[in-house]
Design a protein around this ligand. Structure first.
Ligand code: FE
Length: 234
C-alpha cells in the first residue's frame, strides 16, 4: 500500500468559523465538500481537539471562507497553527457577523458559505459535520487556493518566485549566483521551508537573503517558531 497516493487527492484551503458565548473562533480546514444540492448541504471534517469543534457542537452553526491564492503564510499560520485558546484570531482579522450570527472571515476570502448543523458523524479523531447552507456569497473571482498550491508554493517546496520573479527585478544574475550557495532550512514544527531564493517577502525579507542573515527575532511565517527550530535541508 502506498499512502502517498493520497497526495493525489485534491483539496482546497478554507477557514471554518463558529461562535460560542459571543466568542469567535476559526481554523484552517481542507476537508470541505458539498454533499447534496437539494437541499444545499455541505460537510466539513474537524479535529475533536480543536476549539472550533467545541464551538460548532455548542452553537450548531458554522461558516466557511474560501481563500484565494493571495492568502499570506502568516494569515494561514494564524488560523492553522495557532489555537484560539491562546490568541484571539479575530483581533486583527477582517470579518463580519453572518446571517447565522457566526463570524465570517473576509481577509483573502473569495466567497463564503453559512450553514446550520443538520447532523454529524464520528470519524475517530475527527467529526464530520453536515450543515444546510443558509447563505452563500461570491466576493470576487480570484483563484481559489488549493491544498497543493499551499504546500508547493506557499510553503516554499517549489518556488513560484525564484526564477521568474528574481529575473524581473534586475538583480537577477547577482542574486542567482549567490543563492546557489545558500542552504534551505526547514521548520521542524510545521515543515515550512525557508528558501533564500525567495526570502520571506511577507515579512520584508528580500529574495537572496541567507537563513544565517535573518534577524534573530525572525520567526517562521507559518507557525511562529523561532530560528532555533529550523534545520538545514539536505
Ligand atoms: Fe513553522
Amino acid at each position: 500500500m502506498d499512502l502517498r497516493t493520497l497526495y493525489k487527492v485534491s483539496y482546497g484551503v478554507y477557514i471554518v468559523s463558529s461562535v460560542k458565548d459571543n466568542k469567535f473562533n476559526g481554523q484552517i480546514a481542507n476537508t470541505v465538500f458539498q454533499v447534496t444540492s437539494e437541499p444545499p448541504t455541505i460537510a466539513i471534517c474537524i479535529n475533536k481537539q480543536n476549539l472550533t469543534h467545541q464551538y460548532i457542537e455548542s452553537s450548531k452553526i458554522f461558516t466557511i471562507s474560501i481563500l484565494s491564492t493571495d492568502a499570506t503564510m502568516q494569515f494561514i499560520g494564524k488560523f492553522g497553527f495557532k489555537s484560539g485558546r491562546d490568541i484571539d484570531k479575530f483581533k486583527d482579522t477582517k470579518y463580519k457577523i453572518g446571517k447565522t450570527s457566526a463570524p465570517v472571515v473576509l481577509d483573502y476570502t473569495i466567497g463564503y458559505l453559512e450553514a446550520e448543523l443538520t447532523g454529524s458523524m464520528d470519524a475517530g479523531t475527527h467529526t464530520i459535520f453536515f450543515g444546510r447552507i443558509v447563505d452563500a456569497e461570491t466576493i470576487n473571482n480570484q483563484e481559489p487556493m488549493t491544498y497543493a498550491y499551499y504546500h508547493e508554493i506557499k510553503k516554499g517546496k517549489s518556488p513560484k518566485t525564484a526564477p521568474t520573479y528574481i529575473a524581473s527585478n534586475g538583480r537577477a544574475k547577482e542574486i542567482k549566483s549567490e543563492v546557489i550557495k545558500m542552504s534551505k532550512y526547514r521548520c521542524t514544527v510545521c515543515d515550512y521551508i525557508y528558501d533564500p531564493a525567495q526570502g520571506d517577502p511577507d515579512s520584508g525579507v528580500q529574495p537572496g537573503t541567507a537563513f544565517e542573515s535573518l534577524p534573530d527575532d525572525w520567526v517562521c511565517p507559518v507557525c511562529g517558531a523561532d530560528k532555533t527550530q529550523f534545520v538545514k535541508e539536505e
